[in-house]
Design a protein around this ligand. Sequence first.
Ligand code: GUN
Length: 289
Amino acid sequence: MVETRIIDGKAFAEKLRKRVASEVTAFHAATGVTPGLAVVLVGEDPASSVYVRNKGKQTVEAGMASIEHKLPASTTQAELLALIATLNTEKEVHGILVQLPLPGHIDAQAVLSTIDPAKDVDGFHVVNAGRLAVGIDALVPCTPLGCVMLLKDALGSLAGLEAVVVGRSNIVGKPLAQLLLREDCTVTIAHSRTRDLPEVCRRADILIGAVGRPEMIRGDWIKPGATVIDVGINRITGPNGKHRLVGDVAFEEAQGIAGAITPVPGGVGPMTIACLLANTLTAAKRQVG
Ligand code: GUN
């Protein structure tokens, strides 16, 4: 039995946000420019509305300008593209984020690919995905960036470690695998069609759950002492009818096996917005500099 350390993403994110805020102050003093983040929300998905509200609040707390565009669910793709074209040209907008998911009648990929890559603070544009893949300056997706920051804080150098990423999404799994490769990990991307997934997971010094399936990764899939990063945020209904949030990893089972693990909530989640603020400052510096 090992003592499993809980990785406090909330505290780390708070520190990062403070650091960004002081850099924003210095940047403003040097250039007179306030970094601006435009967030576009289409429709009224409750989870998305909560995210957008938190993003706006934390953007302002970091000394940046938050520009919110809330559009009805009936917005056409052409109207959304027209808004993005305008935001691309606005000098006071340094970052553009289109909240996902978009309503079904809108082609998300078509929308994301019209964002100016220099303002693409989500790092979802194919130009930024390509830059990340070839290892040149990119705006990197926020959640994977947050995961790697937590890992480096917990472990120091990641070089030579076996990393298994369970999940192959464009938002988390694929970019995270690229980032881990950049840190000299040996990377495996596993997914729903992987043969003997538990055995593949048992190889991992670093095990990432990014599939969006509640508690799918069991305690006996974890190599003793491994560092576990849980990206999943799943709302489940317990036997008593109450809702609770769980990750992709069976957290209680991991206790005494994992060397360290991120909790849900309070692990990776808070890192996403903190990294978004960091990306917005980076984008502003590149546009002004
Ligand atoms: N929806 C859930 N997470 C995210 C995110 O990181 N960025 C955007 N744009 N939409 C999301």
